[in-house]
Design a protein around this ligand. Sequence first.
Ligand code: URA
Length: 218
Amino acid sequence: MTAAEELAQIAAEVNVCTQCKLHRGTIKAVPGEGPATAKIMFIGEAPGFNEDRQGRPFVGASGQFLSELLALAGLRRQDVFIANVVKHRPPNNRDPEPDEIAACGLFLERQINVIDPRVIVTLGRFSMAKWFPNERITRIHGQPRWVGERLIVPMMHPAAALHQPQNRPLLEADFQRLPDILAQAEREYAKRAAAAPPPVAAAPSTPDEPELEQLSMF
Ligand code: URA
C-alpha cells in the first residue's frame, strides 16, 4: 500500500468508527486531510459545527484564520496535513474526554506514522498534552522541542485569538517563525541521514546452505 492509500484506509475506518460515544449525534466524521508527503502537520482539538457538516477539518471561522496564519508562514493549506485529536464533534463543542482522546489516539498515531512529518504543530492544549502533558500553553507556545526525530511546536488554538484578540499577535509571531523551524528540522534530518551507516547489502546465499535450512534456524 502506498502512504496515500494507507491514509485513505485510516480515513475509511474513522468514517465508520463507533469506538467511543462521540460518533452519536454527529453528521460526519472528520478524519483529517492533506498530502501523505506533508513535511508539517497541524493538530487541532475537535471538529466543530461546520466541520461536522462538511467532514473536513478547520473549515469554519477558526479554519479561515488558520489559512491566514498558514499564509503568514508561507505555507499553502494543500501542502500541509491538518488533523484533530478527536475526529467526531463533541456535543455542543464541549472539551473532548480522556476515553474519547484515547480511542481516537490510535488513528492519530497511525496518521503521524504514515506521514512521518518533520514538524508537528499542536494547536491548543489538547494536542499539546499528547507530547507535553504537564506544560502550560502560555509558557511554551512557539518553542520547538525535539521529540525523537521530530520537532513539536506547541501553539495556541486559532480560536483563542478569535475570542481574545490580544492573543492574535502572539499566534501570528509564532507562525512567522515556522519557516525557520522547518528549515532547522530539515537540516537536522539531512545531518542524521548523512551520519547513518550505509545499508548492509544482503549476503548472497551459498549453494551448500539451502534457504530452507537457514529459515528453519528461526
Ligand atoms: N477547531 C478544531 O480544533 N478543529 C477543527 O477542525 C475546527 C475547529
